[in-house]
Design a protein around this ligand. Structure first.
Ligand SMILES: N=c1c2ncn([C@@H]3O[C@H](COP(=O)(O)OP(=O)(O)OP(=O)(O)O)[C@@H](O)[C@H]3O)c2ncn1[C@@H]1O[C@H](COP(=O)(O)O)[C@@H](O)[C@H]1O
Length: 107
């Protein structure tokens, strides 16, 4: 998703990466392109269990990376986990804003 260029507001190009990713997920959900992994999660024969299973797998992979003190792998698995979490939120008609709001309430 990175353009490699700084946005005009002077921020970094990762500032809105969660919002951008969530927008792509919503668009895959609406359009269901055949070659999309995201779309395949929305149409999977296992239903929501497909993404729930992936969240379980990615959590385990994250724990193993943490135990190995492998920071590169930890970042990779954390990104896999967050991506699947956002797919789950979209599946449940929720928004990344719901996650932000919940976190903000805890400040
Ligand atoms: N962020 C992701 C993303 N993170 C993980 N994945 C997929 O989630 C799956 C993870 O399952 P596994 O861990 O079993 O995968 P793996 O093949 O063992 O590989 P690893 O990731 O564990 O190394 C892989 O198929 C990844 O490709 C993702 N697929 C898509 N996205 C984003 O979604 C956008 C739309 O993608 P499509 O739906 O494919 O068009 C992309 O541009 C990305 O921004």
């Amino acid at each position: 998703m990175s353009t490699g260029e700084a946005p005009p507001d002077g921020g970094t190009d990762t500032d809105d990466v969660l919002d951008e990713l969530f927008a792509v997920i919503e668009s895959r959900k609406a359009e269901l392109p055949e070659d999309s992994y995201t779309a395949s999660l929305f149409t999977h024969e296992k239903g929501e269990n497909a993404v729930l299973e992936k969240l379980g797998e990615e959590s385990t992979e994250l724990l193993l990376a943490a135990k190995d003190d492998d920071r590169e792998e930890l970042a990779h698995e954390a990104a896999d986990l967050v991506y699947h979490l956002l797919v789950l939120l979209a599946m449940k008609e929720m928004d990344v804003a719901d996650l932000r709001a919940e976190l903000a309430e805890r400040r």
